[in-house]
Design a protein around this ligand. Structure first.
Ligand SMILES: *Cc1c(COP(=O)(O)O)cnc(C)c1O
Length: 388
């Protein structure tokens, strides 16, 4: 599997301002393999978290692939994301955790998270009988019921359930720490959740799914009395714990222009890069509007190689030089003869020597989640079934 064949495959119609030069290729077989990888390690059911358009990979195709590979739930942040999945015909249970009163009216067959009595009353007063997941804050201190309001929340929920106004299908929480080093915090959160489930049972609730862990937690925290793991990052091959996941997205483009500049000439805004010798430079038609992070000059001029951003073209890493602009950036193409139209890989799974999204995240001082989510609408997504 090389980027080069794919770039030459059939052109997509130009829609929504696509450049035609760049595309994000999403290998759905990687998503399936990643789902299977978690399913082999962990006995619980798997919820594929496809919020934020599946971290920029495309919610509907990723959700379908994940379900094919054995995910039995889908999770999203916003109501509109859940509705998109239902409209596309996905029938597995979906949980959403952010919605407003108007959206709630449309969410009849989507499970909703509830953190407060006021929210519960709003959900109970709609015409449809919603499936709710009561959320307990076990330490993240974001959404969720505070422990001191939990008894009231569970009792109120049991009351509404007895009236037939809601069904409490789940009880859940979210971990604050990801790595194995932080297992003590995760275990503490699990203990708090367990206590919360006991209180809910005392209130008369019989939730069928208790869930706590995300991708990292699924690997680092043994939580046999939970029923569901919520996997986001891991689906896309963000391999926080080195368990052999496969990155699903490859960002590729074509050189838009190739030219020579003379020693002493500067490149891009403010001339942060000045050529020390006559240099061939090449233009990549992607910029920060497309999600290329606007990394600082110290990461683009030839200083310490490990922090220098680069792309792969004709099998060679070409350093980014000068500022990344809104629509384009420039690379030093001196190492090998190149022509306009040559395929270039911005990031991929690294198997051909290209940088990874993790590398770009390191250069930009962020996380790969942010790199993937940032890939903009101008970049068309194309789906393929890769080979291993
Ligand atoms: C994003 C999110 C997840 C997925 O977490 P990953 O670390 O990406 O696996 C799970 N649960 C909730 C509540 C989330 O917001």
């Amino acid at each position: 599997m090389t980027g080069m064949h794919l770039v030459q495959s059939r052109r997509r119609p130009i829609t929504r301002g696509t450049t035609g030069l760049s595309e994000a290729v999403v290998d759905l077989s990687a998503v399936r393999d990643n789902v299977r990888s978690f399913r082999q390690r962990v006995p619980q059911q798997l919820m594929a978290v496809v919020k934020a358009d599946a971290f920029g990979h495309g919610a509907v195709p990723v959700a379908r692939a994940a379900v094919e590979a054995g995910a039995s739930w889908l999770g999203v942040a916003h109501a509109a994301e859940a509705l998109e999945l239902r409209a596309a015909g996905l029938r597995v249970p979906i949980l959403t955790w952010l919605y407003d009163a108007a959206e709630l009216m449309l969410l009849g067959d989507v499970d909703v998270s509830v953190s407060t009595v006021a929210e519960l009353q709003r959900v109970a007063s709609t015409p449809s009988v919603h499936q709710v997941h009561l959320k307990l804050d076990t330490g993240l201190h974001r959404a969720g019921s505070t422990p001191d309001q939990w008894i009231e929340l569970t009792r109120t929920a049991a009351h509404y359930e007895a009236l037939g106004a809601v069904t409490v299908r789940g009880i859940w929480s979210h971990l604050s720490h990801g790595s194995a080093r932080d297992a003590v915090q995760s275990r503490r959160q699990l203990e708090i959740l367990r206590a919360g489930v006991r209180l809910a049972r005392q209130a008369g609730l019989r939730p069928s799914v208790v869930h706590l862990v995300n991708s990292a937690g699924a690997i680092t925290l043994d939580a046999p009395d939970t029923d569901l793991i919520r996997i986001g990052a891991g689906l896309y091959g963000i391999d926080e714990l080195g368990i052999g996941l496969r990155p699903a997205m490859r960002l590729q483009s074509k050189l838009a222009q190739v030219r020579r500049i003379r020693a002493g000439e500067g490149v891009s805004y403010n001339h942060d890069f000045i050529a020390s010798h006559d240099t061939t430079i090449a233009l990549i038609p992607l910029g920060y509007a497309d999600g290329i992070p606007r990394i600082g000059p110290h990461q683009t001029v030839p200083l310490a190689p490990p922090v220098r951003a680069s792309v792969l073209c004709r099998g060679v890493r070409m350093p980014v030089i000068g500022r990344i602009a809104m629509d384009q950036f420039v690379v030093d193409a001196d190492a090998v003869a190149v022509e306009p139209g040559d395929p270039v890989t911005i990031f991929g799974d690294g198997s051909a020597g290209e940088p990874s999204a993790q590398d770009w995240a390191d250069w930009a001082g962020t996380i790969p989640h942010d790199i993937y989510c940032g890939i903009g609408h101008r970049v068309p997504r194309r789906y393929e079934e890769g080979r291993r």
